[in-house]
Design a protein around this ligand. Sequence first.
Ligand SMILES: C=C(C)CCOP(=O)(O)OP(=O)(O)O
Ligand SMILES: [Mg+2]
Ligand SMILES: [Mn+2]
Length: 174
Amino acid sequence: MEEEKVILVNEQDEQIGLMPKMEAHEKALLHRAFSVFVFNNDNELMLQQRALTKYHSPGLWTNTCCSHQREGETNIEAGKRRLQEEMGFVVDLKETIAFIYKAPFDNGLTEYEYDHVLLGTYNGKPNINTEEVADWKWMPLEDVKVDISLHPEHYTAWFKVIFEKFYEHININS
Ligand SMILES: C=C(C)CCOP(=O)(O)OP(=O)(O)O
Ligand SMILES: [Mg+2]
Ligand SMILES: [Mn+2]
């Protein structure tokens, strides 16, 4: 299989190159990514616990699905593709904010991403891909906020940035 590549971008999210996924995270280069947030009609967020085998942030709780766009893919196309691959369902998604963050990890890898946040609604159960996902749960947004402050070590770096800086953009009832 061809090696997975991420899209290197500048600070305006313009493509400046392609690089194998691992190399981009080893060299800490800015690349395009997305974070999907799926809610049910009770305004609960579907959280994903990352598989213990993930290259970074294993076992941590985070938003519904995260990954990297492929060359030529729109943000929405990429979000839907990966939602199916990781969580086993697809819903319509809409774009909200995008932001740049940098998060070095203890294992030497760094996430340095132009991250597009995508929102969707779903009321069924996922069918998780256990190569990517260890567990999942619904949680009211307010409860997530409280638990992040009590147990920040249980959550991914980007998920905490989104809660701290962009809460009003993911809380559709605010
Ligand atoms: C988008 C963000 C915030 C991180 C990348 O997600 P993953 O680390 O889950 O990427 P994949 O392995 O699923 O491609
Ligand atoms: Mg992922
Ligand atoms: Mn990345």
